[in-house]
Design a protein around this ligand. Structure first.
Ligand SMILES: Cc1ncc(COP(=O)(O)O)c(C=O)c1O
Length: 423
């Protein structure tokens, strides 16, 4: 054994190959965004001051009184039975379908569900059809499996899209208030995509964490419920629906769920067994207590007005300071505003460095693009910060844009005179 530079043994085996393709830029952005002196518009977090601590304390006490040691054991890998039943009953009521606990797998947030889906479906080179830009956590979860991607064309107008669907292992979509764009996909486009998915004989992963963050009215039917309407009897459709309490309650419970046909649930459970043996029965029992009382639905009535106020504050301030350079649609739900540069020569990876100089953080668009090519957009979060902090963040961002543009003579004088943005 050798000792060199304070480390025992100078030589180490190489890292697994997939780490070479990891997007460490994401970690850098999130770390910088977490600095105390930086106004972070980068994260995707709920408002911590609204976390319902007394309700969770009471639920935890009741969960231990009711379930005793069962809430502290390793449990069934599929999850706490009564919570699986409750989720099945909810989805039955919401969709009019026939769902039982056999259609439900409880996971450690929907992030684990994405990882497990990768484990059971993706071999190297397999094709995923996904919205672009799309949730970077999904890209991260599937990166070790080395899939290839094609952009999801909701209207199926692009040449070869039908053939691509037939080859794809699955389609990945966030139709409600997508991360990062905030887009709400129209019902006719959901139904049309489902038709294509059924015809192509592939799976469709519908990831729905923002469902309860309805800022301007409800989002309408899930793709899962469109699917249920196509065929009566026990659910056996191609839609794999992901839910979570991370946005409706708190992310720290780490409770999410997969709704799918029973065979898919069995395979996901096999994969989960090899990942963590069992989720936390304790937080699943706490979640059961809260959901039995419909606490999540009541809680939404508290958080939504505050989030609406924050969205409006961010968009108002952006209209005052950013519209010469960026445009955006005001999101009708979710947690993000997606700013697109009017001048595509603006590079938000570069702009980010200027933003950090001004002590403000956002997430550059490139990390949400599986090709890494879209460098002219950025995601701003409005749920985590007060209206005053959001306003300060936007003012700092405006200064950063000014500095960036001044340093790039080719950008100066271009596009500044274009009309007001949709924001
Ligand atoms: C689209 C999407 N899917 C999944 C997740 C992960 O959520 P969870 O906390 O349930 O793991 C997020 C979190 O931001 C998300 O935006």
């Amino acid at each position: 054994m050798t000792i060199s530079d304070g480390r025992i043994g100078a030589k180490r085996p190489g890292w697994a190959r997939w780490l070479g393709s990891t997007n460490t830029i994401t970690q850098q952005f999130l770390t910088l965004g977490g600095r105390a002196d930086v106004v972070s518009l980068a994260g995707g977090l709920p408002a911590a001051e609204l976390y319902p601590i007394p309700a969770i304390q009471a639920a935890a006490r009741r969960a231990l009184e009711t379930h005793g040691s069962a809430a502290l054991e390793y449990g069934p890998v599929e999850g706490f039975p009564a919570l699986r039943q409750l989720i099945a009953a909810r989805v039955t009521a919401e969709t009019g379908g026939v769902f039982t606990a056999a259609n439900v797998l409880l996971t450690s947030g929907s992030m684990q569900a994405l990882d497990l889906i990768g484990k059971v479906l993706i071999d190297a080179g397999d094709l995923i059809v996904a919205q672009s830009p799309t949730y970077l956590g999904a890209l991260d979860a599937w990166r070790p499996r080395q899939p290839s991607y094609r952009r999801l064309d909701w209207d199926s107008h692009e040449a070869g899209f039908g053939e691509a669907l037939a080859k794809a292992k699955f389609v990945y979509a966030v139709p409600n208030y997508s991360n990062p764009t905030g887009v709400l996909v129209a019902q006719d486009r959901r139904a049309a995509l489902l038709d294509k998915v059924i015809a192509a004989g592939t799976w469709l992963v519908e990831d729905d964490p923002y469902h309860s963050i309805q800022l301007d009215g409800p989002p309408g039917r899930s793709i899962l419920s469109h699917c249920v309407a196509r065929k009566s009897g026990p659910y056996d459709g191609p839609v794999i629906y992901l839910g979570t309490v991370s946005k409706s309650l708190v992310p720290g419970l780490r409770v999410g769920w997969v709704i799918a046909e029973a065979g898919m649930i069995q395979n996901l459970a096999l994969a989960k067994l090899a990942t963590d043996l069992s989720g936390s029965m304790f937080t699943q029992a706490v979640t059961l207590d809260l959901l039995e009382r419909d606490f999540d639905r009541h809680h939404a009535k508290t958080i939504v007005p505050l989030y609406r106020e924050r969205r409006d504050a961010l968009c108002r301030e952006a209209s005052l300071h950013l519209r010469d350079w960026f445009e955006w649609d005001v999101p009708v739900g979710g947690m993000f505003v997606w700013l697109r540069a009017k001048n595509r020569a603006i590079d938000t990876d570069e702009l980010y460095k200027f933003a950090i100089e001004e002590k403000v953080a956002f997430v550059p668009g490139s990390v949400f693009d599986f090709a890494g090519e879209d460098r002219s957009a950025m995601r701003l979060n409005f749920t985590r910060s007060s209206p005053e902090v959001l306003a300060e963040g936007v003012r700092r961002l405006a200064r950063a844009i000014g500095n960036y543009v001044s340093s790039r003579p080719q950008l100066k004088g271009r596009d500044r005179s274009r009309g007001a943005s949709s924001g």
